[in-house]
Design a protein around this ligand. Structure first.
Ligand SMILES: NC(=O)c1ccc[n+]([C@@H]2O[C@H](COP(=O)([O-])OP(=O)(O)OC[C@H]3O[C@@H](n4cnc5c(N)ncnc54)[C@H](O)[C@@H]3O)[C@@H](O)[C@H]2O)c1
Ligand SMILES: O=C(O)[C@H](O)CO
Length: 386
């Protein structure tokens, strides 16, 4: 049995015990829970990644619901412990839930929540930042400056790529991939090629309308293409950004072979999940192709990087911060808390997880519903008619 962990308690006399495995930004999420008779316990232990044993100790003998993090392994052991403690509600504070064994949750009748929508633009903006930083070699130039190496303007100093008129490739054109595509097309007048299992009609319409606008002002219109295969994107795009979910079909989607199909001077950005890229193969590719650049927010074995990656000048690496804007992180906390609260109170599940704005308006009471429960259908949970 793990040692007891340090916790902060809000509303000690609340009827329902809700545990958050981490302090989360803002206080709205806490207030929403305590207003509805929850005792909120927040783990304040100074350990970034909690083990399964740590979380079992947090759940204890009586727990109605848990808000957890993407770094935790939510499987058989945790869902059975939660159920034994009387709990039926869990929410990841993340849209991605590859750390959750949903089948195990189903087995114990535990609802699994996630936090879509509120992080779409913030995450897309980080992907756009990495694309620009790689294209214009911002990090290398910053290091050069701070090292006192700048001794005057030179025609060849940190020459990078112009994005305008180049092709941006998006793999996984869902919420975030589409938002990123729109930013790159509208912001930098790039042409779009995308690959997804599903057609993104809204994205196509957006680019078509923008092309019409450019034509009407006498500018060269942008173009779009839905690729029939990922290979088409790899061969044609100058900048490729990865935004699929992580599952069996996307594990090591980018590997030695697929890297070799990309242009020698391409830019690859990953703000999805680390294992979508075979990181060992990527390090080799970066070594062999100094003009190939990469911008990474996520890593195969977080928090670690594969050997050699940190030494590569043609790699920009940031620590999984794509959703890290204040508004988004507070919103994620709110959605996660409301997912758990909704299940505890027997509220229905919100009918459209792509439209979560009504839960985020600070001045209005949120709807009596769980914003996004990924196994709602399997558990037969009612759907909100609002
Ligand atoms: N780095 C971060 O901080 C951060 C932040 C938010 C989300 N994410 C990651 O981004 C992912 C996407 O989030 P979203 O809200 O856009 O989800 P989404 O469900 O709207 O989009 C995912 C898209 O991937 C597509 N897809 C699935 N399998 C595919 C395949 N084999 N090939 C091509 N496309 C495929 C889906 O059809 C879908 O359109 C999340 O699952 C999460 O892992 C990371
Ligand atoms: O899936 C997610 O939501 C991210 O990785 C963290 O925001």
């Amino acid at each position: 049995m793990a040692k007891p962990v340090s916790i902060e308690v809000w509303n000690p006399n609340g009827k329902y015990r809700v545990v958050s495995t981490k302090p989360m930004p803002g206080t709205r999420w806490i207030n929403l829970l305590i207003e509805q008779d929850c005792r909120v316990e927040i783990c304040t232990q100074k350990k970034t990644i909690l083990s399964v044993e740590d979380i079992i100790a947090l759940i204890g003998d009586k727990c109605d619901g848990v808000i957890g993090q993407l770094t935790e392994d939510w499987g058989e052991a945790l869902f059975s412990a939660l159920r034994r403690a009387g709990g039926t509600a869990f929410s990841n504070m993340a849209v991605g839930y590859n750390n959750v064994d949903v089948k195990a949750a189903n087995k114990y009748g535990v609802a699994v929540g996630n936090t879509p929508g509120v992080l779409t633009e913030t995450t897309a903006e980080l992907a756009a930042s990495l694309s620009l930083s790689a294209a214009r070699r911002i990090v290398e130039a910053d290091e050069f400056m701070r090292a006192g190496l700048y001794d005057g303007w030179l025609p060849h100093l940190f020459v990078g790529n112009l994005l305008k008129g180049q092709t941006v490739g998006v793999i996984g054109a869902g919420r975030i991939g589409s938002a990123y595509a729109r930013m790159m097309v509208e912001g930098f007048k790039m042409n779009l090629i995308y690959y997804d299992l599903y057609q993104s009609t809204r994205l196509e319409k957006f680019v078509t309308a923008y092309a019409e606008f450019l034509k009407s002002t006498g500018e060269k219109p942008v173009t779009w293409k839905r690729a029939a295969s990922m290979d088409e994107v790899l061969r044609e795009a100058d900048v490729i950004s990865l935004h699929p979910v992580l599952d069996k079909t996307t594990f090591h989607l980018i590997n030695k072979e697929t890297l070799s199909r990309m242009k020698k001077e391409a830019i690859l950005v990953n703000c999805s999940r680390g294992p979508v890229i075979d990181e060992v193969a990527l390090v080799e590719h970066l070594k062999e192709n100094p003009m190939f650049r990469v911008g990474l927010d996520v890593f195969e074995d977080e928090p670690y990087m594969k050997p050699g990656l940190a030494d590569m000048k043609n790699a920009i690496v940031v620590p999984h911060i794509a959703s890290a804007s204040k508004w988004t992180r507070e919103g994620m906390a709110t959605l996660a808390a409301l997912n758990v609260l909704g299940k505890i109170k027997g509220y229905p599940v919100w009918s459209d997880p792509n439209r979560v704005e009504p839960f985020l308006n600070e001045n209005v009471r949120p709807p009596a519903a769980s914003p996004s429960i990924v196994n709602a259908k399997v558990l037969g949970l009612p759907v909100s008619k609002l």
